[in-house]
Design a protein around this ligand. Structure first.
Ligand code: ACO
Length: 373
């Protein structure tokens, strides 16, 4: 049995990328050679997105011009607003983003690959508007203006959601979270986007497919699932007792484990610090201690470590973000990584079309319908 037969393409090199690596041993993370520690300490999300899209850090003029272009493209067309209004209130916001992206592909189709950079910038700029316009229409009964004075996606999103500018702490926390979620090599949603791009399909189709792949709880949906887990417990002791039982039943604990990291997810250490800061700032005395205890139990019982999604959950709760919007926030950031991979795939394209080991029946004779059992 060859390696592919173990399923899930584990350990299979499925292509080349110059965008991101977790290193040969899966112990670090760099975007275009810059460590995630440096980026989350010194960069803003827009610098990070520029780095991914244009493969260089922007200088001051380039960054300002990039920010200006994004700010100018935040509004969404009326037909898209009408579609968002027609979607059910109960829709999952990931479905809303998937639909919004697809509708945008009808209203503003990419005329050719030469327009791919404009398509990526437009998508980065306007997807927060899609999400929050739909949210407010159905939850506060308002057709909100999707413009704010904030020149950052982090500040803009929080202001659209809450109706007032965020504190400096909250804005920076969101900015760091967007940096951490921006890119991650050949993860499931990025690979999906690359597969779609490899058929020479359009930009919106590739991103729409990426959103679909990200939605599941084994991938991006884990931050939402982690929050639901943490919310079950009033205190750390209750969390510990329940976790031990869940593990005995061989249940999966969302927000733990990773396909490519074997010792730790370097992004988790960074978001954990922010989670602690935010919990202290908002005076919450449950979320962080419960999360920490879950982490301790997982390390002790399973030798497993939290991935980026686990402490993102408590951080997002402190930022006042509804749980169902956790994975959509991942989308707002990951558009930058998906776009960069679509560009890379197109620049040296070959159709991605693997083979399968056939395990079905031998060739057999056709039976007319009246002779079948
Ligand atoms: N909780 C408990 N046990 C786990 C967990 C977990 N979170 N993750 C893996 N395991 C166990 C499995 O049960 C399995 O045990 P077994 O060998 O006794 O059957 C073993 O570890 C290997 O697990 P797989 O699922 O085969 O590992 P794989 O590499 O396929 O999966 C994945 C990686 C999907 C991330 C997995 O660890 C998981 O399901 N985690 C929970 C979901 C999650 O947090 N996803 C977010 C990923 S990061 C991101 O998208 C930002």
């Amino acid at each position: 049995m060859n390696q592919i037969n173990r399923g899930g393409l584990e350990g299979i090199v499925a292509g080349q990328t110059s965008l991101c690596t977790v290193g040969v041993d899966g112990v670090g993370l760099t975007y275009l050679g810059y460590t995630i520690e440096d980026l989350s300490e010194h960069a803003c999300f827009e610098e990070t997105a520029y780095l991914l899209l244009y493969k260089k850090l922007p200088n001051a003029i380039e960054l300002e011009s990039f920010r200006e272009r994004l700010c100018k493209q935040r509004d969404i067309p009326v037909p898209l607003k009408i579609v968002l209004e027609q979607l059910p209130k109960q829709s999952h916001p990931m479905d809303v983003l998937r639909t919004g992206c697809s509708v945008l592909g009808c209203l503003e189709p990419e005329a050719g690959f030469a327009e791919q950079y404009q398509a990526a910038e437009r998508m980065l700029a306007c997807m927060p508007s899609v999400l929050v316009y739909w949210y407010h229409f159905h939850n506060s009964g308002q057709r909100i203006e999707v413009e704010t004075k904030s020149d950052s996606i982090a500040g803009h999103f929080l202001e659209l959601l809450h109706g007032h500018p965020p504190s400096e702490l909250n804005q920076r926390a969101m900015d760091v979270s967007l940096i951490l979620y921006a890119e991650h090599e050949f993860n499931a949603s990025t690979f999906t986007a690359r597969i779609v791009a490899s058929t020479l399909s359009d930009f919106h189709s590739a991103i729409t497919a990426g959103i679909g792949a990200l939605r599941g709880p084994l991938h991006g949906g884990a931050n939402e699932a982690a929050m639901e887990l943490i919310d079950r417990f009033q205190d750390p002791d209750a969390a510990e007792a329940s976790l031990v039982e869940m593990l005995a039943r061989k249940e999966k604990i969302m927000g733990f484990g990773h396909r490519v990291y074997k010792k730790c997810d370097p992004r988790s250490d960074i978001i954990q610090v922010w989670s602690k800061r935010l919990c202290e700032a908002c005076g919450d005395q449950r979320l962080y201690p419960v999360s920490e205890r879950i982490e301790q139990v997982m390390r002790r019982e399973k030798r497993m470590f939290p991935n980026l999604d686990f402490y993102s959950a408590s951080a997002y709760r402190c930022l006042g973000i509804p749980t169902a919007m956790f994975t959509p926030l991942f989308v707002l950031s990951r558009i930058s990584g998906w776009a960069a991979h679509i560009f890379e795939q197109r620049a040296d394209n070959r159709l991605i079309r693997p083979s399968a080991d056939y395990i079905g029946p031998e060739q057999r004779n056709w039976k007319p319908i009246d002779q079948r059992g």
